[in-house]
Ligand binder design. Structure first.
Ligand code: FUL
Length: 475
């Protein structure tokens, strides 16, 4: 009797607990593509084109096609550098404002085909897309709507030419993970400003590459976060109301882009684009940023609920210069030395409220992305306690919300017990996909986090790290 009863009882308990439903999603939520994209965390941007050779940042559009003449182009080297640096994707300036196309675009007379580079047979998009797929890196393209070369720019006809440009680039180089649009707009030869047909442009991307995220000032896939220094708002909602706005001059205010909107209607996460060098394009006399500066960039972008798009410009040979690739190796080494050792190892987690066994607090300590701690729907202010197996020195606290169920936390406080007294270590607002708090160095035994949610918190990770490379960074 006992022998039958026990397994049955166990089964019944398991079944009962398996029946406890997860929390309802809160507010607008990401699509599976947006979740996959956010989890990439860091991508590489490559500005490459006639400006690489002229030393300009914005080409005039009148540059001779022959100006583009990389002597040793090797996109496998770019992909290898990206991989070593921990980047998951590469986005290239397939066409910048000067209009020059790095692929033989039949909708333009200003492309690699008209140049004498490789006898007019060269195609950077072909080489890079191949190199990326070989290296297991995703491939994305930046195609500037502003075109200082196109004769029809400034007229409605240009929108159709631009659509054809998109159509060609989006159908010849395999899957595109992100289509990058900037909002820059100028006047055409007729002296008129172009009126962009964004519905046509976005619709073309959605039709041909439905899985691609569209970046612009206002999304719809992900949005510019308002500056080019990768300093995201400490409060950063992945929500934005973009109705009535457009990329460029009609975009929302910069601080709105920087912080997102608590009650934004759509899920449009932030992307931080920044260059490893002062310019976007390669200039001989410029140097890459220091590891300290790159770490700062990481903390104020990835650490504040944003994806980092780090520009690393190839030089006139068509290679990423040694100074930059070396710096990226050092950067990756620093990230690894900080984040490969989660100091909560062996810790135990407790909470004052539990929804069901499968949503227990221990879930915040494992690395399974889809396992999270959550509480009853009505409990908006639970407390989580992490008891460390021994006193642990740390100065970085990482938290992650399980964003498939929306962004729910609007405030939280962290207290730390060092064996004698409690310290108020941090007080912050949003978490989102990832938040890294930069604190004093504590020698802690217990960590207590008080969450304040707009709906019951859903937290999939809490981790502690000790950064000895840039411990002077405190925010
Ligand atoms: C801006 C452009 O004007 C810059 O040249 C650069 O490409 C930057 C990433 O986007 O809109």
């Amino acid at each position: 009797m006992r022998r039958i009863f026990l397994p049955l009882l166990l089964l019944a308990t398991l079944k009962l607990s398996a029946q406890v439903a997860p929390p309802e999603p809160f507010g607008p939520c990401p699509t599976p593509q947006q979740v996959r994209w956010q989890r990439m965390e860091m991508n590489m941007f490559c500005h490459f084109g006639p400006n690489t050779f002229s030393g300009l940042e914005w080409g005039e559009g009148t540059e001779a096609e022959d100006m583009f003449n990389p002597t040793q182009l090797d996109c496998n080297q770019w992909a290898a550098v990206a991989r070593v640096a921990g980047m998951r994707g590469i986005i290239i300036t397939a066409k910048h404002h000067d209009g020059f196309c790095l692929w033989p675009n039949p909708a333009s007379q200003h492309t690699v085909k008209q140049s004498s580079w490789r006898g007019g047979k060269g195609d950077v998009l072909k080489e890079l897309s191949k190199a990326c797929s070989k290296a297991g890196i995703k491939f994305g393209i930046y195609i500037s709507p502003w075109d200082r070369n196109a004769p029809t720019y400034g007229t409605p006809e240009y929108n159709n030419t631009f659509k054809q440009t998109l159509e060609h680039a989006l159908t010849h180089y395999g899957p595109i993970f992100e289509q990058w649009f900037d909002g820059a707009c100028g006047e055409g030869p007729n002296g008129k400003r172009q009126v962009y047909d964004w519905d046509l442009f976005n619709g073309t991307v959605a039709r041909l590459q439905p899985q691609a995220l569209i970046f612009s000032d206002v999304g719809p896939g992900c949005h510019w976060m308002g500056n080019e220094n990768a300093v995201n708002g400490e409060t950063c909602w992945s929500r934005l109301t973009t109705d009535g706005f457009a990329p460029g001059q009609a975009s929302p205010a910069l601080d709105t882009l920087n912080q997102g909107q608590r009650d934004g209607k759509y899920w449009i996460p932030a992307e931080s684009d920044v260059s490893i060098r002062p310019g976007w394009f390669y200039h001989q006399n410029e140097q890459p940023k220091s590891v300290q500066e790159l770490l700062r960039i990481y903390y104020t972008s990835v650490g504040r609920n944003s994806l980092l798009l780090l520009n690393v410009p190839p030089d006139t040979r068509g290679l990423i210069p040694a100074a930059d690739s070396l710096r990226l190796v050092e950067f990756q080494h620093a990230l690894n030395s900080i984040f490969s050792k989660d100091l909560t190892k062996g810790a135990k987690a407790f909470s004052n409220q539990i929804r069901a066994k499968e949503y227990g607090p221990a879930n915040v300590l494992d690395t399974n992305y889809h396992r999270y701690w959550t509480v009853d729907d009505t409990c908006l202010n639970p407390t989580l306690e992490i008891v460390l197996p021994r006193p642990v020195k740390f100065n970085r606290i990482m938290l992650q919300e399980y964003i498939p169920l929306g962004q729910r936390i609007e405030r939280f406080e962290v207290e730390v017990f060092d064996g004698k007294v409690w310290h108020r270590a941090a007080q912050a607002t949003t978490i989102g996909y990832k938040r890294i708090l930069l604190t004093e160095t504590y020698n802690a035994r217990v960590l207590r986090i008080h969450f304040h949610g707009r709906a019951c918190p859903v937290i999939n990770r809490v981790a502690l790290f000790n950064d000895t490379v840039s411990s002077e960074l405190k925010r």
